[in-house]
Design a protein around this ligand. Sequence first.
Ligand code: GLC
Length: 666
Amino acid sequence: MGISMIKRYIFGNPIETDAVLSKPEVCAWSNDRLCFRENALECELEEDEIVYGLGQNVRGINKRGWIYESNCTDDPQHTESKHSLYGAHNFVLLDGEKKLGIFVDTPSKVVFDIGYTDYNRMRIALQTPDFELYLIEGESLGGIIKEFRRLIGRSYIPPRWAFGYGQSRWGYRSAEDIREVVKNYRDNQIPLDSVYLDIDYMERYKDFTVNEETFPDFEKFVAEMKGQGIHLVPIIDGGVKEEAGYDVYEEGREKGYFCKDEDGKDFVLGVWPGRCCLPDMLNEEAGRWFGRKYKILLDQGIDGFWNDMNEPAIFYSERGLAEVFEKIDQYRNRNLDINSFFAFRDLAEHISNNPKDYASFYHNYKGKRYCHEDVHNLFGYYMTRSAAEAFDELSPEKRILLFSRASYIGMHRYGGIWQGDNNSWWSHLLLNIRMMPSLNMCGFLYTGADIGGFGADATEDLLIRWLSFGVFTPLMRNHSALGTRLQEAYQFGNIDLMRDVIGVRYKLLPYLYSEFMKAALRDEMMFKPLGFVYGDDRIAKHVEDQLLLGDEIMIAPVYEQNAVGRTVYFPEPMKLIRFRGGEVQEEEVYTKGYSYVDMALGDVCVFLKENHILPLADGGQSIAEVDFDHLKLHFYGDHVRPYEYYTDDGEGRDYDPDRFIKMLEA
Ligand code: GLC
């Protein structure tokens, strides 16, 4: 991989984020590529230079030609016109004559103008003059990533069952609803390992409560589901309902654990339950207190969670509400003309996630008071870290599933992320594909998008094509929003195709788990852009819709409606392995160059490199049924290299590669 070198610089007096684990010595600032002026780092970009990185954000794998923000944002419209999503991942990787990784470590907003104002320049503008900067030079892209990942620490490892297929929907209201979902999956013999509990399982949307009317005897219900091979995964929200007598609220208030407003009173914001307070996740003691609350659900047999609304999302503040009501009054009895009508109509539009609100409350972080806007990007990170650190104590032997919506680099050590509220759009399937390697660069390995799309109505073909890609993503979850078309795999006419496609996941599992674990333990990427391996191939470098998955295979998903196949670029000879109708077919070897490959709806195709091995299992209805020991090896070529197969019990927290990796020979 060649040698990589990290240099660390400090500007001003930065706020510590805990993104970096072991810090190298500080260097005096001087650099022949980047210049620092007016709170911004600037550099020229070469004509053909690719800029990778930024983890969770809109647009392509190559980030060039747009302006992006690192500013955790709750915005369900992931259109090209946007600049930020839920995560803040301030890492870019320049792939030009020389390769350079850049990590700007600061908890407030950063704007990356990557060839937007001027196609040949990059400008990284900071909200603050106080930040840490890490520059990583190296000969290979993979080498730089490895060095960066060593710096920020090992990625989170979930239990193996969390690699099974999961069903979710905002709108499952009762244990009966959940039983019905599971019954439909089992009756149709579509594999399933988990069902997610969205906000409706709670009593009036209160964290760590269960609605006893709709979910009577929850502990027994959790056990009943386990008996059917199903893990239930409840949601936990960032805001705590303000309600007299609700113990979590009362305790938080008495102990002073909530974020404060300017006057030192508990800051109040509106989210699902109405008025809420925000636990000060950044405060060690408050975080520890909040993390220990997960025990309430762990004690009832729960072993996985998803943390939501932790940008944090603010529907409204008291200030914002008052402002809107006051303005509405000013329009009463007026003749609303073109200007005033639109102004009137937009009055409530900016009430949610308003920067004024983010500037109006405070944290007590590492012994100092900070305005939220200065540490904004750390909220989801510390919420998830609080839970993970509690799990270390509460469940030292067994891994717990945990993923979050908001994140910052560093959070990847404590949990995964899902890609937020996408839509049932073909373009969002493509966005999902493109985000995988960018997230992997920043340490987020356990990730996936809402398969089938969260908002809007899914069609059968979209769901099938999305599942045909989703079978590869570590988090494979079908999730949809309240009010949208029902999207469980059995809701559509072609159940056979759904069963076959989801079934592919269970054949691939030994390989996927093994590649995931090696990527985590070796600080590598599970999903790589082609340019990471075929850097000398100018065509490969610019491919935006194919990925390398581990070291053995390439994937090229279909993401267009009514397509019956697609053009694939082969950077070297590869053999097509096609999953169709529950069978695995070895097909032709494609030579280097472009080829059109037929891919009917329901086909899952992988392309195997010459002299490499793809191990496959027989499959099963859940992970427990998958035989990880007896695998069928697919390979071709005269000098097949052994496959390094990682397998463990899937539960314990010991990941010693010497014990768990064995060589599979052709
Ligand atoms: C947020 C989440 C979404 C969830 C909804 C209701 O929008 O991102 O996944 O279904 O809240 O809890």
